[in-house]
Ligand binder design. Structure first.
Ligand code: MOS
Length: 708
């Protein structure tokens, strides 16, 4: 006999703001959490695919000899530009794989081997003979590249150029001038889990269905793209991204592997698995484009900015325009009566760049915050005070009021925690043996983004609650925080909430990107749970067997948000030591203080902040991809040559935040936290290196060969 429960307790247990452990943590550490390449439903007739990358940087394929590959045991098929299924229209030209003979960059896929086993497929791919008509390539970005043009938009969204007043004239007339150029090399995302997909076709004719397991940051965008490419209604395509081993932007859009897996399955009539080897990633899943950034700061002798200009030159591929929006954060940061932010992009014979954690902000704030440090030097002002002095009353470029802006509080709290007050401002003053020590500071910002989402909330017959939303957990703790949002609204314990994410069978939701996931999905979960609670409050007697469900769609609500400039802010402090014998730079301490709205889960939030700071440490000291001008490709294609920080590189990290109560965000009051941690870290480390040595280094990474 089922008894009626009190569904909405008089004193709801707070679930938000509590350091809840990851709800899927046990599954992950015990290996029961399955990723796209290893999911539990691999059928016995599964075949394997292995793509063949182009070995020239520019030209076309003249012939593909498949005889040797087809003669190998286990080979099922070799797809070539001549024999692969024809695809429908895609918005993203990097997905038009095997559709023509053009080779726009080294590593572009020119064939696909399909075989009985992974090893057979790899051997078949190696046996495919491709001949090319190669043409001369140009892969070298220069400041004044003749093909560079000013795009309409940077990163698909922001205007490429914005000017207020007369930046040039005001700079020329300023009593103090800093005119510096910073360089950031190409960088690669390299998530722990390389891109992988499993694809299966079922049914015939009008009943045909495509099911895909993909390592992606958003299953809904993958479904939309596959439906267009394979000319299917979206409801005939299912995409599952249940657990994802990182992405950092490289899984934010569908990638060629998932298209190839679906093609191979279509062509062979077999379910097909395709896991990219790591040494393919550099060419086919995006990278952070290199930037050459000229920053000009004109100021009064008291450090008050009179003119701020930030001009960015970057590259894209010949396939698709992607513009690293490094000048965009300068539109947010400091008051200046005159300002110019501008972007130019040169299409080269290089792989297509894409999002990498804080695209735009990470390289852009490296240059701007390094230049601010140079200005602090030039006017003899403490770099924290220089930033405080140039705080804007409203967002400089738009004139909009900030929904909240607590950069000064972050700088002050960071300075206190770090012990900044004791700093001797003179450079190269702290020497112990062969080590020089210095400290540096930099500010950080990242926009508050949100997208419409849907969700359902069900009160189950057994007293539990079921939340469904096609969110993606790329390692951030999305399941956990969404369960907390639900529990908080419903006034129940987090462990009474079960949460379903990571499948297009669930209510439609946007991708995990732009630090917008929690705000977007959480908003819909919040609304669905609010509605459910209202329904339950009116409900008397036992629940029906199917439970009681409420759903929400935030499209209208997210589009009506009042005009505010919404951004998270932060302050980064670093202490570094330089070995004067070897030029090795060691980061000894890092402090990050953030103002990012309400922190919904201190445990997973700290993990995000620390992860961003470690990625920033890598960007500062060790990470770079070399575009080899002769070879026409990225030289570093594994984790032995592309150096991400290891445990031994990472010091004690203090990640902290200030309380921020911002009513203009979303029902939870949160800002995004996934990207801001990387933003100020490289400049803080670079500025500390200057303080240690008295020398300005203006090109990342700060490797011993440059520093010595
Ligand atoms: Mo992130 S670079 O927006 O996936």
């Amino acid at each position: 006999m089922h008894s009626t429960r009190a569904r909405v307790p008089a004193a709801p247990a707070p679930a938000l703001g509590v350091a809840t452990e990851r709800v899927e943590g046990r599954d992950k550490v015990t290996g029961t959490a399955r990723y796209a390449g290893e999911h539990a439903h691999t059928p016995p007739d599964c075949a394997y695919a292995w793509p063949v990358p182009a070995t020239v940087a520019c030209g076309r394929v003249t012939s593909v000899d498949t005889a040797a590959a087809l003669a190998l045991p286990g080979t099922l098929a070799v797809l070539t530009p001549g024999t692969a299924p024809r695809l429908g229209e895609a918005d993203d030209p990097t997905l038009a794989v095997l559709q023509d003979d053009a080779v726009p960059h080294r590593g572009w896929y020119v064939a696909l081997a399909v075989a009985e086993t992974l090893e057979d497929a790899r051997a078949a791919a190696a046996a495919v003979g491709v001949t090319y008509a190669a043409e001369p390539h140009d892969v070298t970005l220069t400041e004044d590249h003749p093909d560079a043009y000013r795009p309409d938009l940077a990163n698909g969204g922001q205007a490429a150029v914005r000017e207020r007043g007369d930046a040039e004239g005001a700079f020329a007339a300023a009593p103090v001038r800093v005119d510096v150029t910073y360089r950031v090399p190409p960088l690669h995302n390299h998530p722990m889990e390389p891109h992988a997909a499993f694809a299966r076709w079922d049914g015939e004719g009008d009943g045909v269905r495509l099911t895909v397991y993909d390592s992606s940051q958003g299953a809904n965008p993958v479904r939309k793209t596959l439906a267009a490419l394979f000319r299917l209604p979206e409801d005939r395509v299912t995409v599952v991204s249940e657990h994802v081993g990182g992405g950092f932007g490289s899984k934010g859009t569908p990638r060629p592997h998932v298209v190839l897996a679906a093609m191979a399955a279509r062509h062979t009539g077999r379910p097909v698995k395709l896991a990219l080897p790591r040494n393919h990633l550099a060419a086919v899943v995006g990278h952070r484009a290199p930037t050459i950034q000229r920053v000009r700061l004109g100021a009064g002798s008291d450090g008050t900015l009179l003119s701020l200009s930030h001009e960015v030159t970057t590259h894209t591929s010949r396939v698709k325009e992607f513009v690293e929006q490094a000048g965009v954060p300068a539109r947010v940061m400091y008051a200046s009566p005159h300002s110019l932010t501008d972007h130019h992009v040169a299409p080269l014979d290089v792989p297509t760049p894409s999002w990498m954690r804080a695209p735009g902000e990470a390289p852009g704030m490296y240059a701007l915050e390094s230049a601010m440090d140079e200005l602090a030097d030039a006017v003899g002002l403490d770099p924290v005070e220089l930033r405080v002095r140039n705080e804007p009353a409203t967002e400089p470029d738009s004139g909009l009021p900030f929904s909240s802006r607590n950069l000064v509080a972050c700088l002050r709290e960071g300075a206190r925690r770090f012990g900044w007050a004791d700093r001797d401002p003179r450079p190269a003053a702290r020497r112990e043996g062969r080590w020089l020590t210095g400290t540096g500071v930099a500010a950080a910002t990242y926009p508050v983004l949100v997208s419409p989402s849907t969700a359902t909330a069900t009160a189950l017959h057994d007293g539990g609650y079921d939340i469904r939303v096609n969110a993606t957990d790329i390692g951030t703790g999305a399941r956990t925080v969404l369960a907390q949002v639900a529990a908080d609204v419903l006034g129940v314990a987090v462990d009474s909430v079960s949460i379903g994410i990571g499948s297009t069978r669930l209510p439609r939701a946007p991708l995990a990107g732009g630090s917008s996931g929690t705000a977007s999905w959480g908003w819909a979960v919040h609304r669905a749970c609010t509605r459910l609670a209202e329904r339950l409050a009116r409900h008397t007697g036992p629940l029906p067997a199917e439970g009681v469900t409420a759903s929400a769609d935030t499209t209208a609500e997210t589009e009506r948000t009042p005009p505010f400039a919404r951004h998270a802010f932060g302050a980064h402090f670093a202490e570094v030591q330089v070995d004067t014998g070897t030029g090795e730079v060691r980061v000894r301490r890092l402090t990050g203080v953030y103002a990012a709205g309400r922190i919904l889960n201190p445990r997973t939030a700290r993990s995000q902040f620390i992860g961003g700071m470690i990625m920033g440490l890598g960007m500062a000291l060790t990470e770079h991809s070399t575009m080899d001008p002769a070879f026409g490709g990225f030289a570093e294609r594994d984790l032995a040559s592309y150096h991400v920080p290891s445990h031994a590189d990472v010091p004690e990290i203090d990640a902290h935040w200030v309380e921020e109560d911002d009513p203009h965000l979303n029902p939870m009051g949160s800002k995004g936290i996934g990207e801001i941690g990387i933003v100020g870290t490289p400049a803080a480390i670079g500025n500390a290196l200057h303080h240690a040595t008295g020398v300005r280094f203006r090109e990342l990474p700060l490797t011993p060969d440059r520093v010595l």
